[in-house]
Design a protein around this ligand. Structure first.
Ligand code: FES
Length: 192
C-alpha cells in the first residue's frame, strides 16, 4: 500500500516537472538584437563635418565624442578664417570710396589710391612693373614696406596668409591685398 502511494506521488511529480519543462521551454524566445539599430540612431545624431579624419563618422560612443570635438574645432577655425580674411573691399559702396596719397618711394611718384583698390593694382595702373606672384596674399612676392612704421595704421589686408602680426607692425605689407586707410610712403620690393 505504501509502495503504491509512493509510486503515485513520484509519478505525479515527474509529470508536473515534464509539463513545466514543456510549457516554459516552448514559450521562451530570444529577444531581438537591437544593438545595431541603437548604434545607427546614435550615428544619425552625429553632426556632419568637413574634417577628413577617420572616426568622425564612426558609430558608437568613441566616434561620437570625436565628431562632437571635431565640430567644435571647426567652429574655431571658421572664427580664425574670418579674422584673417580681413575686410571685403567689394562691400565698400561708391559713396564710401575714399582716396589716399601714397608715395611710391622707389618709383619716385605720389599717386591717389582708393580704399577699395590694392597698392599693387594702383601701381600697375601707372605702368610700373611691380613684383607679384599669387595676387592672393599667399606668398611674399609682392611684399612692400610702409616707410613710417606700423602698417596697420596705414593699410588693411583683405587676405594675409604670409606676414606675421609683428612683421605687419614693423611696416611690411602684401601689396596685392593691401588697401590704404591713410596717406603714407611705400617702399616696394621689400620683404621681412
Ligand atoms: S603676390 Fe603673393 S602675396 Fe601678393
Amino acid at each position: 500500500m505504501v509502495d503504491v502511494l509512493g509510486l503515485g506521488l513520484g509519478l505525479t511529480l515527474v509529470l508536473i516537472v515534464v509539463a513545466l519543462h514543456y510549457s516554459e521551454g516552448t514559450e521562451w524566445r530570444a529577444p531581438d538584437d537591437i544593438s545595431q539599430e541603437v548604434l545607427e540612431r546614435r550615428a544619425e545624431t552625429v553632426p556632419e563635418t568637413d574634417f577628413p579624419e577617420p572616426m568622425n563618422r564612426s558609430i558608437g560612443g568613441g566616434g561620437g565624442a570625436v565628431a562632437v570635438g571635431g565640430g567644435g574645432a571647426e567652429g574655431e577655425l571658421e572664427g580664425d578664417d574670418e579674422e584673417e580674411s580681413g575686410f571685403d573691399p567689394a562691400a565698400i559702396s561708391d559713396d564710401e570710396v575714399e582716396y589716399y596719397d601714397v608715395e611710391f618711394a622707389n618709383e619716385g611718384e605720389t599717386i591717389e589710391v582708393a580704399n577699395n583698390e590694392t597698392l599693387l593694382d594702383a601701381g600697375e595702373d601707372e605702368g610700373w612693373d611691380l613684383p607679384y606672384a599669387c595676387r592672393q596674399g599667399q606668398c611674399l612676392s609682392c611684399g612692400g614696406k610702409v616707410q613710417d612704421g606700423d602698417a596697420t595704421e596705414y593699410v588693411r589686408h583683405s587676405n594675409n596668409e604670409t606676414l606675421a602680426e609683428d612683421e605687419v607692425e614693423k611696416g611690411y605689407v602684401l601689396t596685392c591685398t593691401a588697401y590704404p586707410t591713410d596717406d603714407f610712403t611705400l617702399e616696394t620690393n621689400e620683404t621681412p
